[in-house]
Ligand binder design. Sequence first.
Ligand code: ADP
Length: 196
Amino acid sequence: MSARLIIVGPPGAGKGTQAGRIASALGIPAISTGDIFRKNVADGTPLGQRAKALMDAGEYVPDDLTNALVRDRLAEPDAEQGFLLDGYPRTTAQVEYLDALLAEQGAAIDLVVQLVADQEALVARLLKRAGEQGRADDTEETIRRRQQVYQEQTAPIVAVYQERGLVADVDGLGTVDEVGDRIAEALTTRGLTAAV
Ligand code: ADP
């Protein structure tokens, strides 16, 4: 089905896990800017080389690079009928860019799912993941910096979508299935039916 969705929430809230589930239930691609950047870092591309130090420090990659990457990804045929963006937009400039990009196609965002969770619980979750997955930016110092950058730059953009009546808040604490069920309910309530 056609659905243009965003999943937002602080680092560690489980966006990536839930994004995959929602996207496969709706038959749309889940597009994670963090995953795309990590792949570029791993492949040693010019983009990866520019992004690596910033990511390792918990800082955002510049908007122009991020916006260009999303523009190219959304131009792929699989995103024509819809998509779920995970980790984008994250700044006011990215919101404006995405608005303009979608407007060119006569499209718009249908819903923003916001995963809500207590910050200390998230720090604990990410420290646990650090031991399991070894992500370069999962050190305690970087985790705390990522939380801070999120509060400063990304929390405010949610208000923009709230003003448009597009935000569904979902409690992000609980098992993967519990959170998935809450998201499925939020989608159904808004006519975006899916067995997540
Ligand atoms: P997290 O769950 O910690 O937010 P992500 O995988 O979404 O992790 O992002 C990891 C890093 O990739 C971010 O800390 C940032 O450096 C970079 N990044 C991802 N998406 C964006 C974006 N939209 N704008 C700027 N930087 C981004």
